[in-house]
Design a protein around this ligand. Structure first.
Ligand code: 13P
Ligand code: ZN
Length: 292
């Protein structure tokens, strides 16, 4: 038997020993999360996108990492200037551009992709079966991952969504980080405990570009939540649950605001009470976002 036959045989043996990717916990998590986000009304049509940094050894249980399906160039950025060096070789599972969150669960192989980051783009290892590509927001996601990994080496998830009440609040509340965070903190007792670092806010900007990516990543140096005014929200966290929970808590607070903003306010959570809670939990919180 020749050398090439040996290689082919080894390849066949490897694919026989690989587990079914659709049963991988990270694929299931993406399916569950996108379905939840859709059902909560946060992600109409193709709205929203998720990128999830995977552990290479875990992915290798399901995929032959030497088999690259195709190269996907990064869109909306100047590839020569866009430096992804800190993420080179890292593997992510990412929602596809133009794909509907409501369809991910039924057909993950078309609506999701597993990619390895290389200079100028991504190598597709699995998914986007219909010839699709990574979310148009991938540059922003990658920049956010780089910023969050610097702040917290355990960060794995970046999530973008269009939650209804958060968006509604953008139209009727001043878009000032201190005032916006303070209002959210006032809406539910546990808000300050869930996002003690507050919420960053960017003005309306053109999405899908490197400039919004740079601006979001800059905010992510200090916030795990960043609002894109009149568009949606970005969240980042160590796990899918943490990231989802951050956005979910902001959205809940925004809902209470939208249900009550037009009514006379009779009661409120006082700043001194928030301090008591933050101190009980031993939290590092944005004291400058309170009016003490
Ligand atoms: P994609 O379909 O490219 O992921 O874009 C959706 C979106 O929410 C843009 O901000
Ligand atoms: Zn969006």
């Amino acid at each position: 038997m020749g050398f090439m036959d040996d290689i082919k045989k080894a390849g066949k043996e490897l694919s026989r020993s690989l587990k079914d990717i659709k049963s991988a916990p990270f694929v299931k998590e993406m399916c569950r999360t996108t379905a939840n986000m859709y059902r909560l009304g946060w992600d109409e049509r193709n709205g929203g996108n998720i990128s999830y940094l995977l552990n290479e050894n875990e992915v290798a249980e399901y995929l032959d990492l030497n088999k690259v399906i195709r190269f996907i160039p990064l869109m909306g950025v100047n590839a020569a200037e866009f430096d992804v060096t800190p993420l080179t070789g890292k593997i992510f599972i990412v929602t596809g551009t133009g794909k509907y969150f409501k369809n991910v669960e039924d057909d993950p192989e078309t609506n999701l992709g597993i990619v390895r980051i290389v200079k100028g783009g991504a190598e597709l290892l699995w998914g986007y079966k219909d010839g699709g590509r990574t979310t148009s927001e991938l540059p922003a996601h990658l920049m956010c991952h780089m910023a969050r990994l610097k702040a917290d080496p355990e960060n794995r998830v970046v999530m973008h969504s269009h939650p209804t009440n958060t968006l509604a609040m953008n139209y009727v509340h001043e878009l000032d980080e201190k005032k916006f965070t303070h209002t959210l903190w006032e809406m539910c007792t546990e808000c300050i405990a869930v996002f003690p670092d507050g919420v960053g806010i960017l003005p309306w900007m053109l999405c899908g570009t490197d400039s919004i990516g740079v601006a979001t990543a800059k905010k992510m140096e200090e916030f795990r939540l960043v609002i894109w005014a009149m568009h949606g929200i970005y969240g980042a966290g160590r796990t899918m649950d943490e990231t989802f929970g951050l956005i979910e808590t902001v959205e809940k607070a925004a809902q209470i605001y939208m249900l009550t903003a037009h009514l006379p306010r009779v009661n409120t959570i006082k700043d001194e009470d928030m301090v008591k809670l933050a101190e009980l939990f031993g939290l590092k919180y944005r004291k400058d976002f309170l009016n003490l």
